[in-house]
Structure formats: C-alpha cells, structure tokens
Design a protein around this ligand. Sequence first.
Ligand code: GUN
Length: 290
Amino acid sequence: MSATIIDGKAYATGLRARIAEAVSGLSHRGVVPGLAVVLVGEDPASQIYVRNKARQTMEVGMSSFEHVLPATTSEAELLALVAKLNADPAVDGILVQLPLPKQIDAQKVIEAIDPAKDVDGFHPINAGKLMTGVPGFISCTPLGCLLLIQSIRRDLAGLDAVVIGRSNIVGKPMAQLLVGQSCTVTVAHSRTKDLPEVCRRADILVAAVGRPEMVRGDWVKPGAIVIDVGINRVLNPDAGEGKTKVVGDVAYAEAAAVASAITPVPGGVGPMTIACLLRNTLEAACHRRG
Ligand code: GUN
C-alpha cells in the first residue's frame, strides 16, 4: 500500500489565503484584527516561532504587536503586560510564547489572559468549553491535526483513535476533539502498557511525544491515518559530520508503507499551527467587533 502524503504546507497556504480574504472584507468596515505575541527571554526556537508568527500575521493583513521582554522579567511585570493587552481594543488575540523562564508561573499567566482573546485556547475556560462541547478557542496544533485528518476523511464516527501524549497543549485537546467527532479515543503516554499493541488498534494515530521516530511501522494498523506532531532535530550522518535534520515522532518510511495517509515532517502538522492561530485571531476579531 502506498500512503497518501497529507500536504500540511499546501493546506495551510490555502487556509491563510481564505483568512486574508476575510480580513480584507473586514477592512471595509475599518476593522483590522490584531494579534499580540509576547516572548520572554532568548530561546532560539521560540525566537524563530515568534518571527514566523509576526510575518504570517502581517501577510494576511492583520496587525502584529510583538513584545520581547528580557529573560529576567518578573511574573508581576508579565502579568502587568497581559492586563494592558487585555484592555487594548486593537488587540484581538494574545499569545504568550511558552516555555517561560522558571521564575514565572506559566499557568498563572495563561489564566490572566482574557478568555475572549485567548487564541492559543490554553485558558481553563476554553479548555473546559472544548471538553463540554461549547464553542470556544481550540488549541492550534490539535485543531490543525483535525483539519488534516478531515481532509482525508470527513466522517470519523466510530473510528478507533489513539493519541500518544497527554500534554495540555496537544494530547488532551486532541483527544477531546476526536471524542467530539464520535471517535473511540485512547490517550497513551509514557506509562502505557504495551504501547505498540495499543497503537495497532488505531484507525487514527496521532503521535505527540517528542521522541524521534519512536512509532515504528509495525505499530501502525494497515490503512490507518497517521498524524505526526513531532519536530525533533537529530544528527544526520548521511549529510556529513555535525549536520542535523528534522524528524517526527514516527518512523516515516516504515509507517508510510502501512498507513493509508500520513503527514510528513517537515511539511505536515507544523505549518498548520500558525494558520490555525490566525484563524482563531480572525474569529476573535469577528466575535469582539462583529
Ligand atoms: N510553544 C510551542 N508551541 C506553542 C504554542 O502553540 N503556543 C504558545 N503560546 N507557545 C508555544
């Protein structure tokens, strides 16, 4: 069997084009959606994410407000900035880039964000809305995964889904989204007994563990849809000494030989996250200023 490669990059490009069109429609009414992104410290990966977010925000015609604070920022200072952004009418969405330096309680900061501007969907109010089936902001990476799954198969009712990983950002909301689609969902994690056997039951397998190529081909049920959330940088001896490459949580070639559809890394789930963030920001603007 040769799997369909799920082209997240192309899907995200199309989604951003639709968002840009909607933003252009709003501009006739003088509404320009605004996204504030807050970065504390100098983590290189976070700096790249934040730069990409700002660029793509402007590309769809939204306002981007970037706040870069030193790594020594206190919790009180960050909470004061969040309060200011909550009160700013030009700001529709607020994203505080994680992880935060250790002197700051991330949960406290997340809970300080106005739930109506919580475009990350991390606030307990939005997490609770997802759990209870009430409309609210949905965490961007799981939302992107669901859109990709539904690009392959619209009706997921009755399918067995296995989500590997139980983080608040990906695993738990992903499981809730799949329950919402009437899947039978198993959340697997580091303490799961016989993980390969659990995975082999999955019609939909979502891997979000952060361990390079952990999911092997013989863990995949023939015909399954495989979604790889992992972004792991590893050494690439084939490219020369010290060279690296990015791989997912799934051994791609092995899994692609068994699955019916699979996301590549890079070019699968990754590009969907920012596109969904922009979608949430548009929704926030329409809701707040509609
Ligand atoms: N760090 C890594 N991914 C994310 C994300 O989706 N949102 C935020 N706020 N921080 C992150």
